[in-house]
Design a protein. Structure first.
Length: 132
């Protein structure tokens, strides 16, 4: 069973798209969120979970779908831009330095909004229990 329906996606106020496009992106975005949450909802029922966590997970999934749609790609290779392009004598380099002066190299596969929605839900951390 999918984590999010097209109707829920629209009701949450995210960018409208064809339902067939949504269905395609839903599968890829669900895989990304499964990985981030260490497959929590593969082992637990989303619909019977606490309302807050369920709602935040669905918003995070919708944000990831919208991100894939806006970027026009669903893989890190398709999303990440080359750092340098040269055509003839024209050269363009991607700028971007962080506060320490180092080039920013980050995986842009996951929307920053996903982490914002999942923050405070407990879904980003799965610690190991200690037995005494």
């Amino acid at each position: 069973m999918p984590y999010l329906t097209y109707e829920e996606y629209i009701d949450l106020g995210f960018e409208e798209m064809e339902q067939s496009e949504f269905e395609k992106l839903l599968k890829r975005a669900s895989g990304v969120l499964d990985s981030i949450t260490r497959y929590f909802y593969r082992h637990n029922d989303l619909e019977s979970d606490v309302e807050f966590r369920k709602e935040q997970f669905k918003k995070a999934l919708a944000a990831q779908i919208e991100y894939f749609y806006d970027m026009g790609a669903t893989s890190s290779h398709g999303i990440n831009e080359p750092g340098h392009v040269q055509i003839g004598r024209t050269s363009v380099s991607k700028g971007g330095r962080n506060s320490s002066g180092q080039d920013e190299q980050k995986n842009n596969l996951v929307s920053d909004d996903v982490y914002t929605y999942l923050s405070g839900t407990g879904l980003l951390y799965r610690g190991i229990g200690v037995r005494s």
